[in-house]
Design a protein around this ligand. Structure first.
Ligand code: TMP
Length: 212
């Protein structure tokens, strides 16, 4: 049996990842591929409960290490209960965010460092990596303007962090893509939903060409 393929969509805040993940899953289904559409943090009941703890934290909030551990714990449950079984059964998985979000947010912007984030991932999820990670990139000027507007808007504990934090997150994804060009594709997030979707499909075409 063919193993399923694992595609993650990544990027900073408000890049339309969830919409693009949904459109990608539907396009793959239209090609006759069985697809699990999922997200992080979340995707299983346990991981969704941890999502709530992370985005609406009790008390004064989590310190950096605890936050990274909670993301890794949510991912561990998600991989063991949903992602790994789906791939083993030959289904494809489209995931709205995965490990590279922890590397960018907690590792780079949060200052924990890549080695520790990868160590947690090794322990929690046996180091599972997507076959393809699509980074949706928006023009720096538009991201900065949007983030400046949002500064102080505590929509959730992480999205509400300052512009400097989110600028570091956005740059980190581009650095990761440069470091691992085989696993990453960076696409332009500007333009209509349909235009961005066409770029996503272009990025996925190499995987489709493999066995279809
Ligand atoms: P979402 O807004 O894309 O649903 O993601 C929820 C928030 O969690 C978003 O601000 C990004 C953040 N996040 C991390 O900080 N680390 C992670 O590993 C993941 C998956 C998300």
């Amino acid at each position: 049996m063919n193993l399923g393929r694992f595609i993650a969509l990544e990027g900073g805040e408000g890049m339309g990842k969830s919409t693009q993940a949904r459109l990608l899953a539907r396009a793959l289904q239209d090609k006759g591929i069985a697809v699990e559409l999922t997200r992080e943090p979340g995707g299983t009941p346990g991981a969704e409960a941890i999502r709530h703890l992370l985005l609406d934290p009790p008390g004064e909030g989590w310190q950096g290490e605890a936050e990274a551990l909670l993301f890794a714990a949510a991912r561990s449950d998600h991989v063991a209960r949903l992602i790994r079984p789906a791939l083993d059964a030959g289904r494809w998985v489209v995931c709205d965010r995965f490990l590279d979000s922890s590397r960018a947010y907690q590792g780079v912007a949060g200052g924990l460092g890549d080695d520790r984030i990868r160590m947690l991932h090794e322990i929690g999820s046996h180091g599972l990596l997507p076959d393809l990670t699509i980074v949706i990139e928006a023009a720096k000027s538009s991201v900065e303007a949007r983030l400046a507007d949002r500064d102080g808007d505590t929509s959730d504990a992480i999205g509400g962090r300052n512009a400097r934090y989110h600028t570091a997150v956005n740059s980190a994804f581009l650095v990761f893509a440069e470091q691992e060009p085989d696993r990453f594709r960076v696409i332009d997030g500007m333009g209509s939903i349909e235009e961005v979707h066409a770029r996503v499909m272009d990025a996925v075409s190499a995987l489709l060409g493999d066995d279809r």
